[in-house]
Design a protein around this ligand. Structure first.
Ligand SMILES: [Zn+2]
Length: 288
C-alpha cells in the first residue's frame, strides 16, 4: 500500500534563490509587481507598472541631474557633533557613526555645484537613509553655505527634500536651523535669487515649517507624503476625520500648497526650462 504514496519522479524544481544575484529583483511596495532591478534603474527607480517613485539617494539625483561627475561639493568637511551628550534608546554619537558607515555620507544632506544642460547651479539633496533625513546643525550649515555660494555667484538654487523633520537629538541647535535657513533664503530672494524646491517622499516636520515651503517654485514627486504633524496627531487634536489622500502631493496641489507634480524622468528638462524662463542661460548660448 505505502508504495502508492511514494514519489516516483524527482521533486518539483522550484525557483532557487542561489541562481540569481542578490538584489536582482525588487518588489514594488505600491502595486506588488516584481521588477527587474536593471529595468527599474534605467527608469530612474520609477515602477514601470504603476508609476510609484521609489526613494533614491542623493547620489542618484546628482547622477540624474548633473551633466557630468565634475561637480564640486560644498561643506564636505563638516560633521555632526553630539553637543548635548544626548542618549535616548541609543547614544546620539553612536547613531551618527552607524549612519555614516551605513550610508557612506557625512550627514543627511549633500551640496554640490556644477552644470545641468550647461547652466551653472547649486543643488542640495537630502538623504532619508541618514537618521531619517533629520535636520541638525550640519544640514543647516550646509544649506547656509549653499545659499551663500548661489548668492555670490548669481546661481539658481535647487533643494530636494526627504526628511522626517528636526533632529531631536540636537535639541534647540536643531530648531535654530529653521530661523538660520529662513533668514538666509529671505536675503537670497531680496537679491533676486531663484530658489526651486522638490519635495519627495517623505517631507515632514521642520522641513515643511521652513525651506520646504519657501521655494519660489515648489515641485513635488507623485504621491509623496508631505506635511507638518502626523495624521494621527492632527486627528486627535481636531477630533475630526481627515479627508482621503490627506498629506499627499496630489491633495496639496489641489489645495494650492505646491505648484506642480513632476515625474522624475522629466525633472532635469523641467528644471532647465524653469532656469531658462528666469533668465539663467546656458554657457553655450551665452557665447553665441
Ligand atoms: Zn508599482
Amino acid at each position: 500500500m505505502t508504495e502508492w504514496f511514494r514519489r516516483k519522479t524527482d521533486k518539483i524544481k522550484t525557483f532557487d534563490k542561489r541562481d540569481t544575484e542578490r538584489g536582482q529583483w525588487q518588489k514594488c511596495p505600491s502595486c506588488s509587481e516584481v521588477l527587474y532591478y536593471k529595468t527599474l534603474e534605467n527608469n530612474n527607480f520609477i515602477c514601470t507598472v504603476c508609476n510609484h517613485h521609489f526613494r533614491i539617494s542623493s547620489k542618484n539625483y546628482f547622477k540624474l541631474l548633473f551633466d557630468s561627475d565634475e561637480n564640486i561639493e560644498i561643506g564636505k568637511e563638516i560633521y555632526s557633533i553630539d553637543h548635548l551628550n544626548f542618549e535616548g534608546i541609543k547614544k546620539y554619537s553612536d547613531q551618527i557613526e552607524a549612519a555614516k558607515i551605513k550610508t557612506k555620507l557625512s550627514d543627511a544632506i549633500t551640496v554640490k555645484y556644477g552644470k545641468i544642460n550647461n547652466v551653472d547651479t547649486v543643488i542640495c539633496v537630502m538623504d532619508f537613509s541618514f537618521i531619517g533625513g533629520s535636520m541638525g546643525s550640519v544640514v543647516g550649515e550646509k544649506i547656509f553655505r549653499a545659499i551663500d555660494h548661489a548668492n555670490s555667484n548669481k546661481l539658481p538654487l535647487f533643494i530636494i527634500t526627504s526628511s522626517g523633520g528636526a533632529r531631536m537629538q540636537e535639541g534647540v541647535y536643531s530648531l535654530m536651523q529653521l530661523a538660520k535657513i529662513s533668514t538666509k533664503l529671505a536675503q537670497f530672494s531680496e537679491n533676486g535669487g531663484l530658489y526651486i524646491v522638490l519635495l519627495t517622499d517623505p517631507s515632514t516636520g521642520g522641513i515643511t515649517a521652513s525651506f520646504g515651503m519657501q521655494g519660489d517654485i515648489i515641485l513635488a514627486e507623485p504621491n509623496a507624503l508631505i506635511g507638518f504633524a502626523g495624521a494621527r496627531v492632527i486627528k486627535q487634536t481636531i477630533g475630526e476625520d481627515l479627508p482621503e489622500g490627506f498629506q499627499t502631493s496630489e491633495f496639496l496641489l489641489e489645495k494650492g500648497f505646491i505648484d506642480h507634480i513632476i515625474n522624475r524622468n522629466e525633472l532635469k528638462e523641467t528644471l532647465c526650462n524653469l532656469y531658462s524662463s528666469f533668465g539663467y542661460l546656458n554657457k553655450v548660448s551665452d557665447n553665441e
